[in-house]
Design a protein around this ligand. Structure first.
Ligand code: AMP
Ligand code: ZN
Length: 465
């Protein structure tokens, strides 16, 4: 599998540190609000990366953190007159509600910054001991210039970084480029005891500490949105590599922005839609489909039309799923026909094509096109008199791939009330007696109850409206 590595700016063959295992650290949300559709992009894309590795036989350790203490969390708590823990816990819970709706699986570990203060203090201490960090009045800063590779991920010359850092510089820093590892507590702020006095961690250091604790000193893949490249990921590299003396992450993956009217969707700019609000209109799954219909490194524009298109495309996938499942029970007896055997090998060829797309830097857009090609083929077979054996084998092959993308996961509620079952049976009896007026009356009655009937060569098929 080839992945585009932001560190080398090229697609590289993925080689894991430990054969058969992949260690991924993905930067998670700061929990002070519902997450927006832009935030959903990395969560969805890297969930697919993880699913694809698992499908390919890897044991995946996937860590995604919660930044549960920072200025934004504290400000929100002050606005509402509640504790910062209450805000963080509330939005962690809301994260899981939306993530579940979007088909984003729970990470192997979802560590919180506040539960890892000991690990954070330990790495800050190591950096102080090694001369990479210094304390001033209860704050601890990292000496960016001392780390030889500083700027290697964002590919910015030190002079440029320096010019950027000069704005509003804190006089206590030795150098404008230095950044905070530990912040002394202001009155009324939450704090933890440390060798440098009461305070709380800076943002960058939490990821270095938690990646180390949950995955080890060197990890395979580190991922996040492209806005995190600098300073967040650059600083994570400086911290981890200076503390541990080895490469922090072998592959850096960054998703492009989700835009709205060609501007980055962001909380601070106020041009955002929360996933919760969009899902209330379109449902969750079209948001996932929309995100995967583009390559993760291409900018993507959010619009009503694109979500409507995603809904229509998903509808086609669900119709195919329904039909296959019906024929798994109601298809013909007996072995695969010759034609069906040939169709199944064509499906295998499509599977190889799907894998080729995913192996090419996770090209989910092409992978989705392959799924639609498979659906077209399966549909044309199902138009004949398919065997149950064919429907089952086709289902296995098709759904293995839709599972990798986490699509068409919702199961139709296939239970009927006893009353509806009796009505369907009564209609069948009426049809047998050629009492078509009665059969039509029952069909209309069922329609009023939200049950749509379709007569197929394999018998009557129903669906909920
Ligand atoms: P935050 O909660 O702001 O720290 O962001 C969580 C994740 O969402 C990070 O990986 C960000 O890079 C990513 N992100 C934020 N806004 C966007 C956007 N408009 N498009 C794509 N990714 C984004
Ligand atoms: Zn991070």
């Amino acid at each position: 599998m080839k992945l585009f590595n932001s560190m080398t700016r090229q697609k590289e063959e993925f080689v894991p540190i430990t054969p058969g295992e992949v260690k991924i650290y993905s930067c998670g949300p700061t929990v002070y609000n519902f997450f927006h559709i832009g935030n959903a992009r990395p969560f969805i894309v890297f969930d697919v990366l993880r699913r694809y590795f698992e499908y390919s036989g890897y044991n995946v350790k996937f860590v995604q953190n919660f930044t549960d203490v920072d200025d934004k969390v504290i400000n929100k708590a002050n606005e509402e007159g509640v504790s910062f823990e209450e805000i963080a816990n509330r939005y962690i819970k809301e994260y899981f509600t939306d993530a579940k709706g979007l088909g984003i699986r729970e990470a192997t570990v979802h560590p919180k910054a506040t539960e890892n203060i000991d690990a954070i203090i330990e790495i800050v201490q190591t950096l102080v001991d090694k001369g990479y960090a210094y304390a001033v009045d209860g704050d601890v800063y990292y000496r960016a210039r001392k780390f030889e590779g500083y700027g290697k991920l964002s590919k910015q010359p030190l002079e440029e970084l320096e010019a950027g850092a000069r704005i509003g510089v804190d006089e206590r820093k030795e150098d404008p480029m230095d950044f905070a590892l530990w912040k002394s507590a202001k009155p009324g702020e939450p704090y933890w005891e440390s060798p440098w006095g009461n305070g709380r961690p800076g943002w960058h250091i939490e990821c270095s500490a938690m990646a180390n604790r949950y995955l080890g000193k060197s990890i395979d893949i580190h991922s996040g949105g492209v806005d995190l490249t600098f300073p967040h990921h650059e600083n994570e590299i400086a911290q981890s590599e200076a503390a541990n003396g080895c490469t922090f992450a072998n592959y850096w993956l960054h998703n492009a922005f989700l835009n709205i009217d060609n501007h980055k969707m962001s909380k601070s700019a106020g041009n955002f839609f929360t996933v919760r609000d969009a899902a209330a209109v379109y449902g969750y799954e079209p948001i996932r489909f929309f995100m995967l219909a583009a390559h993760y490194r291409s900018p993507l524009n959010y619009s009503r039309e694109s979500l409507e298109q995603a809904s229509a495309a998903l509808e086609r996938m669900y119709t195919a799923k329904d039909r296959i499942k019906f024929l798994m029970e109601n298809g013909a007896d007996g072995n695969l026909t010759e034609r069906e055997t040939a169709a199944l090998s064509e499906l295998d060829a499509f599977e190889a094509k799907f894998r080729a797309a995913m192996d090419d830097d996770l090209n989910t857009a092409d992978a989705i096109s392959v799924i639609f090609e498979m659906i077209r083929l399966v549909n044309s077979e199902l138009d004949g008199a398919p065997t149950r054996a064919f429907a089952s084998r086709a289902a296995e092959k098709l759904f293995a791939l839709t599972d990798v993308l986490g699509l068409i996961q919702s199961e139709e509620d296939d239970t009927l009330t006893a009353e509806v079952e009796e009505l369907i049976a009564a209609r069948q009896a009426a049809r047998k007696e050629k009492n078509f007026a009665e059969a039509d009356r029952i069909r209309d009655l069922l329609k009023e109850k939200g049950i749509i009937l379709e007569d197929t060569p394999q018998g009557v098929k129903w669906k909920k409206a």
